[in-house]
Design a protein around this ligand. Structure first.
Ligand code: UD1
Ligand code: UDP
Length: 393
């Protein structure tokens, strides 16, 4: 069975690598799946792109569409046109898309228009904020998909509310989160191989043996358009990080969108207490997340990774699709008001106890479950197509 996987942005390389590993494991014994990897080119800087292929051993893409950056319509339109050509040539049985980026939407739409079934990994998530481009991408992709792989029960419930359920050829399954599979696999490697904490000199200086010292820093990430593209919000968040940084280092690996906007608004020189660094590799990021005192972020993936590492998280947004992390008590929605952010982080210092974290994102075998469902679904479809043909003869 042939499937085309479509990726384009940083978190998709991480998610697709988990499923690709499950496919490769299975292919060692039999070869049930041929995966054709298509990279739209949405992310292209070395530190947003190739570093993940190298570190996660994701195969080189079979097709690189070189779409690059642009407005939503331009970027998505170019992707549609180029993905369509690949699909017409490859004629796969199915197309896999991940998450909620423009690459996800373009993959789902191009495939559906050619009557190729779409499998959506990370289906059913909703922030219920339609001003976010990601929310539109999720809604449309889910409504177009035939196989919907939800990370959580909430995802399945959200879909049901929109009338998307198993039946009439559609499959909706909670399988867990492929990013959890990934972290279980790579966190140990990060512990062994990453030297980022030493490179950034994050161990306190008073004891000589760095292995025995506990690093003391906050980790921040920021890239949502709703934050970066509004000078007031961006300034307010950076002011808060700068205030926190007066006492404890704040490390901020800068997404290129954020870097661009900080330059546009001439803000770099205003925040001396924030350590702006280049985006880091996945292993370095895992290590930074694991050892941080707390994480401040507007990223979807980083909120979950914080939870898995039991690192307290502050989400710099008004809402999140990862509601379970909030219910658990490990994640706090701060919004973008500087005072509120600083206040919430201050409260953390006084906090004595955290609730027990439960396994709400699966058992670390989401990728294997996805692959099994794909095989079962597509072999059944092939069987019924054969018998339909036989009946016609
Ligand atoms: C995209 C996704 C977002 C996801 C994020 C992951 C959409 C609508 N958004 O946001 O859901 O959370 O990826 O990181 O699909 N740029 C570079 N180099 C790069 C990539 C981008 O300089 O390699 C700059 C360009 O100026 C570009 C801007 O970043 O215009 C934004 O990139 P884009 O891919 O459009 O959106 P992201 O903010 O990365
Ligand atoms: N990440 C990384 N290096 C960084 C920042 C993030 O490897 O400098 C990883 C992070 O660990 C997570 C994923 O990228 O696995 C999250 O991607 P991002 O925040 O870009 O997008 P989102 O999850 O919000 O869509």
């Amino acid at each position: 069975m042939k499937i085309v996987t479509i990726v384009g942005a940083r978190p998709q390389f991480i998610k697709a690598a988990a499923v690709n590993r499950a496919i490769q494991d299975l292919n060692k014994r039999e070869k049930p799946i041929q995966e054709i990897l298509v990279h739209t080119g949405q992310h292209y800087d070395y530190l947003m792109d190739r570093v993940f292929f190298e570190e996660l051993k994701l195969p080189k893409p079979d097709y690189h569409l070189g779409v690059g950056s642009g407005s939503h319509a331009k970027q998505t339109g170019l992707m549609l046109e180029r993905i369509e050509s690949v699909l017409q040539k490859e004629k796969p049985e199915g197309v896999m898309v991940y998450g909620d980026t423009n690459s996800t939407l373009a993959g789902a739409l191009a495939a559906t228009k050619l009557n190729i079934p779409v499998a959506h990994v990370e289906a059913g998530l909703r922030s219920y904020n339609r001003t976010m481009p990601e929310e539109i991408n999720r809604l449309v992709t889910d409504h177009l998909s035939t196989l919907l792989f939800c990370p959580t029960d909430q995802g399945v419930r959200n879909l049901r509310k929109e009338g998307i359920e198993s039946g009439e050829g559609r499959i909706v399954r909670k399988v867990g989160d492929v990013m959890y599979d990934s972290i279980l696999y790579y966190a140990k490697l990060a512990e062994k191989e990453s030297v980022i904490l030493r490179d950034l000199d994050l161990f306190p200086a008073h004891t000589p043996n760095s292995e025995l010292r506990t690093p003391n820093y906050y980790l921040a990430t920021l890239h949502r358009a709703e934050n970066t593209d509004h000078p007031k919000k961006l300034t307010s968040i950076l002011e808060a990080l700068d205030e926190i940084g007066k006492n404890t280092p704040v490390i901020l690996p800068l997404h290129p969108r954020t870097k661009k906007m900080i330059k546009v608004y001439h803000l770099f020189s205003d925040f001396k207490n924030i350590r702006f660094i280049e985006p880091v590799s996945y292993l370095d990021m895992l290590q930074l997340e694991k050892k941080a005192k707390a994480i401040l972020t507007d990223s979807g993936g980083v909120q979950k990774e914080a939870y898995w590492f039991r690192t307290p998280c502050f989400t710099l947004r008004e809402e999140t699709e990862w509601v379970e992390t909030i219910i658990s008590g490990w994640n706090v929605l701060t919004g973008t008001n500087g005072k509120k952010i600083v206040g919430e982080v201050g409260r953390l210092e006084k906090r004595r106890k955290y609730p027990k974290a439960r396994k709400i994102y699966g058992d670390g075998r989401a990728s294997q479950k996805i692959v099994q469902i794909l095989i079962r679904h597509f072999s059944q479809s092939a069987e019924s197509a054969k018998s339909r043909k036989a009946r016609r003869v």
